[in-house]
Design a protein around this ligand. Sequence first.
Ligand code: TYM
Length: 329
Amino acid sequence: MIMKKRVFSGSRPTGRLHLGNYLGGLKGYLALQERQDLDCIYSIVDLHGITTPYDPKTYQKQIREVALDYLSVGLDPKKCHLMVQSQVPEHVQLAYLLATIFPVSRMEQLPTYKDKKKENPDYVNVGLFYYPILMAADILLYKAEVVPVGKDQVPHIEVTREIARKFNSMFGQVFPEPQAYLTPGAYVPSLKSEGKMSKSAEGSYILLTDNLQTIKARLAGAPTDTGRGEKVPVMGGVANLLALVELFEGKEARKKLEGQYAGNGIRYGELKERLAEAIYQELQPIQIRRKKFEEKPKLVAEILEEGKQYCSQIARQTLDQVRRAMGLV
Ligand code: TYM
């Protein structure tokens, strides 16, 4: 029997998923689930989601929303396993064991920790600091070799590789070194002028569940300029809009607009109208599929239960191997 390489990735249930999650994360999940040589596990990482402010009363609902987002974009339980991170407690157990071999100084340098500290200065908890270790544990627990993520997560994959190397050198070969898998949309910019599209930045995103009217309204808020000039901006609102045009309408459409910028000028009203249509065209079938799954909560629960069972048996094996290697058994 040929051993399949394993794939692992996850998304936090901190709100409904947006175009950044879709293009940077889910598109990669979808491409990899089609490959016969890969065994894919996609998680809803609820333990990561509680490191920033959240409402425990609605948290289970938010977890279900991400499960629905996963299924509606076309993740297929016949081709991959879907699971909720906290339902397999070995994630936390392995994270603790890995934490004992990783230097604090290295963690402090990580961009996500610094960003989140800035975003929520009153909520800088130890869990947030520990975040990359738990993420490494998520991946290494399944000995995953391929991790589809957006660009923002690449530093975390690097940490995971470092941890795997260090563990192997201290306790003997147990873990492979995973590689990030990036899609063409690995960095989706914010609709505002700065940074990436993000759930935590109001006005920066378009949700997978947005209708055409909402998409138009959100795009209307994206900053622009006079529409013409010698050089097409490489940063800011216009650059971000052009990046979205390329992602949804293709390179040619972008080139044409760049030509207009240097010539008669871009008409942003028209650009936004067309872009909204192109985005909606991609989202509409996803939204139709979502409705079907919304009507079948039992099926969704069964899919997550299968994922839990499948992952639990792999997790137990890895943890047993790690405990032995570390002299805990
Ligand atoms: P999260 O929940 O922030 O995002 C889920 C996925 O969406 C991608 N993404 C983006 N890609 C392109 N452009 C954007 N603007 C954008 N915004 C988000 C993210 O890169 C990610 O792939 N730490 C992770 C979750 C995690 C994980 C893991 C991922 C926990 N354990 C193990 C992989 C493997 C996170 O916060 O993703």
